[in-house]
Design a protein around this ligand. Sequence first.
Ligand code: MN3
Length: 239
Amino acid sequence: MNRRNFLMKGGTALAGLFLANMPLSLYAAHHEPAEGAHKLPELSYAYDALEPHIDTLTMTIHHGKHHQGYVNKLNAALKGHDELMKMPVEDLLRHIDKVPMDIRQAVINSGGGHANHTLFWRTMAPNGSKPPGEVLAAIQSEFGSYQAGSDLFDKAALAHFGSGWAWLVVDEKKKLQTYVTANQDSPLMKGHTPILGLDVWEHAYYLKYQNRRADYLKAWENVIHWEQVNALYLAAMAR
Ligand code: MN3
């Protein structure tokens, strides 16, 4: 007796139970850590540490479910590609043209998702800081002033339609640029090094801010870990 016949005979209640449980079990299976080299990075702060700017439930789901999902899908895509599996995700994205076509888009989406979120967590901290030293000087020199650079970033983040990320990057000429990318596309694929990124997917803010992306952006500015951004800037300049 196949499952369909069993359900017919078992009646509507059992069929209802089976169907009601199915999406939940698929969801659970999807978010369990998958076999592979890539792991969900631990946060250096608690899920509630960025309150009230970034709320606990959003942090819990965003890190534990969304980011874990990208890690799992990246591991699944790289299964059987042993050499690629050993590479850091940043190197996979920098050399995306070397990734075989049949898994390239999966690596762009899931590898991008993994790398982007890893940077996002690292560049936030409770009681964020003010831009220090070298990165501040570079922002002032490139954009005219800190405020002008910040306004350019905000404008790009707010104008972007749909899912994506707003970035501050060091480009191939070691100049700062700010722009947005769609979906999980990483600046690494253009040869740029992201040093600060804001997730503007609705999953990053909808629970607390609903459609108010501008409020989310302003709140996020309170938890930017500028010391870390400066460290990433110096590392990018030294590459
Ligand atoms: Mn996200």
